[in-house]
Design a protein around this ligand. Structure first.
Ligand SMILES: Cc1cc2nc3c(=O)[nH]c(=O)nc-3n(C[C@H](O)[C@H](O)[C@H](O)COP(=O)(O)OP(=O)(O)OC[C@H]3O[C@@H](n4cnc5c(N)ncnc54)[C@H](O)[C@@H]3O)c2cc1C
Length: 403
């Protein structure tokens, strides 16, 4: 199929961010083309596939049984000694879904195409075209052929390993301390767990500065994975080591289980890249390192940043102004909304990173379900009062990182 060589907006990456941007643009009659290097959208996945129900509301999606494969009622948090704190989602007014992400991503693309967007798969963007300091398109490779596609705006939605932002000259470098290294098996044959709950295990022996998750899918299957801080990973003790050890240590759950898929990937859990825009360029989702720093979930933030960027593009196109100062509106809106929360969550993360296993045990004793939800929503004022009366030893740390 012939790929257009000139469009208004060129989106690189057909993940959740790219396809939401494409749909919003197409709904506004913008001529938009999406490139993805994959030969099949959504595959392979790099995801545990868990989201809150509000993730879909953010971008006007309704849950569809074609891609929501499990509805979760809550989460169980396990301390290092496996003391449990149970969170019932109903009590805190949220719902939980487990996606079949490969199908979810395809449906996002179908929605965008139905709205008028065009897609070119198996098309790898090699770098931006830069003229007089402005980004005016992308060089790409499609099935052995090198092509150039011109556009008024490029939206880089090419994920955590973004080439586009870097090739444009934005600083995307991260330190090892800024990444969680993830490793996951999708497994069948699990037993003795509640399949309506997410299960999250903490502890320095389980996952240094991270956690192990079991996110149940259909029948007796689940995504079983681990994230550890990349700087704690060694050749002998990497994320795979911790996951395999966890599985070995829990024969009650895993003795009859086998993997049906392996996934690995990095999650940027520090602050986002310095700026999201240049003349003719906007960076969204994981490419901008916009991820929830507490749990590493990024689907909602990716889709919302893409929606904002697309809405700003629509107006920039009407005004025929693609300068960084015009496109900066996207970054400003993000900073004033999700950005505020992400900054607070970074503080919560910095506080939690300093805790040892004993501290986690103490927290498991004193934190209730609502407290954990509050913390994960970056509402942590209550913590000072609680620590003052129940764990005063932790108060100086809380004051250092959370004030
Ligand atoms: C192990 C693991 C588990 C996770 N679990 C969860 C979870 O349970 N819930 C949650 O909310 N988040 C989770 N995340 C994070 C989540 O997957 C990301 O935040 C989300 O995918 C970001 O979406 P995106 O569209 O920005 O990027 P991506 O989903 O990474 O999409 C980027 C797209 O760009 C394409 N691409 C890349 N480079 C090029 C190129 N040069 N040319 C053309 N195309 C290109 C890729 O093929 C891909 O399709 C997890 C991440 C990992 C690693």
């Amino acid at each position: 199929m012939k790929i257009k060589d000139n469009v208004d907006v060129l989106v690189v990456g057909a993940g959740p961010a790219g396809s939401i941007a494409a749909r919003v643009l197409a709904e506004n009659n913008v001529d938009v083309l999406v490139l993805d290097k994959k030969q099949e959208i959504g595959t392979p996945k790099r995801c545990a596939e868990g989201i809150h129900s509000n993730v879909l509301d953010t971008v006007g999606l309704k849950p569809d049984p074609l891609w929501v494969v499990n509805e979760t009622l809550g989460a169980i948090i396990y301390s290092p000694s496996e003391k449990k704190v149970e969170i019932n989602f109903n009590d805190v007014g949220i719902g939980g879904y487990i996606l079949e992400r490969k199908i979810f991503e395809k449906h996002l693309a179908i929605d965008a195409i139905t709205s008028g967007a065009r897609y070119a798969i198996k098309t790898m963007a090699l770098g931006v075209i830069k003229e007089n300091g402005k980004i005016t398109g992308v060089k790409a490779e499609h099935m052995g052929e090198e092509i150039k596609i011109r556009s008024k705006i490029v939206i880089a939605a090419d994920g955590v390993d973004s080439k586009i932002a870097k090739s444009a000259g934005l600083n995307t470098t991260n330190r090892l301390e800024d990444y969680e290294s993830g490793f996951q098996y999708e497994m069948a044959g699990l037993k003795n767990i509640n399949f309506k709950y997410l299960h999250l295990f903490f502890g320095s022996e389980v996952a240094p500065i991270g956690y192990v998750w079991i996110f149940p899918k259909i029948k007796n299957t689940a995504n079983v994975g681990v994230g550890i801080l990349s700087s704690r990973s060694t050749p002998e003790k990497n994320a795979k080591y911790y996951l395999d050890k966890f599985i070995e240590d829990h024969p009650d759950i895993f003795e009859d289980a086998s993997p049906i898929e392996i996934n690995a990937g990095g999650v940027p859990v520090s602050s986002s890249i310095d700026t999201f825009v240049m003349d003719g360029l906007m960076v969204v989702g994981d490419a901008a390192q916009i991820v929830n720093p507490l749990h590493g979930g990024g689907i909602r933030l990716a889709m919302n940043s893409a929606k904002i960027a697309a809405e700003v593009s629509v107006n920039a196109l009407k005004e025929n102004d693609f300068s960084s100062s015009r496109l900066y509106e996207y970054e400003r809106i993000w900073e004033e909304t999700d950005g505020v929360r992400v900054k607070k969550l970074l503080k919560v993360r910095a506080f939690l990173e300093k805790l040892n296993d004993k501290d986690f045990e103490r927290l498991a004793d004193i934190l209730g379900a609502k407290d954990i939800i509050n913390l994960s929503n970056a509402n942590y004022k209550f913590l000072f009062r609680l620590l003052l009366t129940k764990a005063p030893k932790l108060l100086p740390l809380a004051k250092k990182f959370l004030v």
